[in-house]
Write a protein that binds this ligand. Sequence first.
Ligand code: HEM
Length: 126
Amino acid sequence: MTFLSANIHRQAALIVTMFSRISIFCKSIDIFSESVDLRKLPEYSLKEVQEHFTPQDCWIIIGDFVYDVTEFLRKHPGGDEVMLDYAGRDATLAFKGVGHSNAALKILNQYLIGILPPKERIYLRN
Ligand code: HEM
């Protein structure tokens, strides 16, 4: 019984940590989005992003923004394979889970090509 309740507490603490990390990430995405005029960014749907899933043509989504990271794959300090796991898909949690630095966020910004349409956004306030 004590073991069970200690386990539940541990899991609850993990969930709280996870959510607070996601919310910190969302704030940094918010800061980003303030520096970008969202109306000028082309919109790409999840379906369109999915079509770019190869090493020669690799798009990923982080925090509702769409990035063409084809050029960056071979420059990534963590290697191309981890990024290719998310080719054509949402990599927000994986990107955040690694605890990338602010320098990584700046690099990311160079590859921004678009944004998801409002109805497909999860992180940004519309
Ligand atoms: C365009 C998106 C990405 C950019 C710009 C980026 C950038 C970077 C940078 C600059 C580093 C060096 C450490 C740091 O400054 O934080 C790094 C390390 C790393 N990245 Fe990424 N990254 C991206 C996507 C991803 C994704 C989707 C994953 C998947 C899990 C990932 C996994 C890692 C890992 C595991 C390391 C650690 C490498 C090591 O310390 O040996 N990255 N990344």
